[in-house]
Design a protein around this ligand. Structure first.
Ligand SMILES: [Zn+2]
Length: 297
């Protein structure tokens, strides 16, 4: 064991990392889901270890060559706590075809789901994934071969939001109260965006929080219509957080941010936000969701 991994496993033990399996609920499940998201698995952070979280755990275990049992014990916690690979636009995007397996396939499946394709995130590029890739390629006017090469990866990682230009914000297709509207967004780090005025306020708040020893990180910021549809469908199926009807989410207006709040309402992060968020224009406006903060200016 290297010094670094020794430190990591000591830290892991010092936090609350009980063995978790499907049916578990509470702050440790929230932490697990945040870790899974950091590793590129698109699970809801709802503190409820349901089938979707179990599927993500199995895919993660498979990718890390751990025992694939869907149970989060010490080895899986240690792997989750190790540095997450970079995913999305900057991540590894090897050419993939049917028969491929592993973390890159899970990433592919997560991106397909974000675009509205109902594939399992199991790290296994089978016929259903190949069908979804072909549909996606057809919809985007790409060559329809079921093979995920650079052009398909670019389209998968695209969506409405690109990296913001150095000169200012990027224009994206947002929604305000059901009405399509072009809005300007800026980066809040972590590959996430908020409407530029909200992003500026958030970045000021984040800097001040950091000085107080609180790390504010955005798990979900501005959402495209595709992303909101996906989350709303999960919610309707009872597998996700409360999600607003597509077109009506403040995430689609770029003013709501879901933050990483390990430990929820009782945590130091939540207390800091409760005491200080309003000074930056942010309020926690959904009951039961300590992570959801909306910019009200
Ligand atoms: Zn939210």
């Amino acid at each position: 064991m290297t010094a670094v991994s020794a430190v990591r496993s000591t830290q892991a033990r010092s936090l609350s990392h009980p063995t978790l399996r499907q049916g578990a609920r509470g702050p440790s499940v929230t932490l697990l889901q945040q870790k899974l998201r950091a590793h590129g698995f698109n699970v809801s952070v709802d503190g409820d270890f349901g089938p979707n979280t179990a599927a993500a755990v199995r895919a993660f275990q498979q990718a890390r060559r751990l025992g694939v049992d869907g149970v989060v014990g010490p080895n899986t916690w240690n792997a989750l706590n190790a540095a997450a690979p970079s995913t999305g636009g900057g991540g590894a995007t090897p050419t993939l075809r049917q028969g491929a397996r592993g973390a890159a396939v899970s990433q592919l499946q997560n991106r397909l789901r974000a675009h509205g394709y109902n594939v399992s995130v199991d790290g296994d590029f089978g016929p259903a994934t190949a069908n979804a890739v072909r549909s996606f390629q057809r919809a985007k006017g790409l060559g329809v071969d079921g093979v995920v090469g650079p052009a398909t990866w670019r389209a998968l990682n695209g969506g409405s939001v690109g990296p913001p230009p150095a000169t200012g914000g990027a224009r994206v297709n947002g929604y305000v109260n059901g009405v399509a509207q072009s809005i300007t967004v800026s980066s809040v780090g972590n590959g996430k965006f908020l409407r530029t005025d909200a992003a500026n306020a958030f970045n000021r708040m984040k800097a001040d929080a950091a000085r107080a020893g609180i790390n504010l990180s955005v798990v979900s910021g501005f959402r495209t219509m595709d992303e909101q549809r996906y989350l709303y469908n999960l919610y309707l199926q009872g597998r996700g957080n409360l999600a607003a009807r597509p077109g009506y989410s403040n995430h689609q207006s770029g003013i709501s941010a879901d933050l990483s709040v390990p430990g929820g309402y009782g945590s130091a992060t939540y207390r800091w936000l409760q005491n200080n968020g309003r000074r930056y224009g942010f309020v926690n406006d959904v009951g039961g969701e300590p992570w959801h903060w909306t910019y009200r200016g």
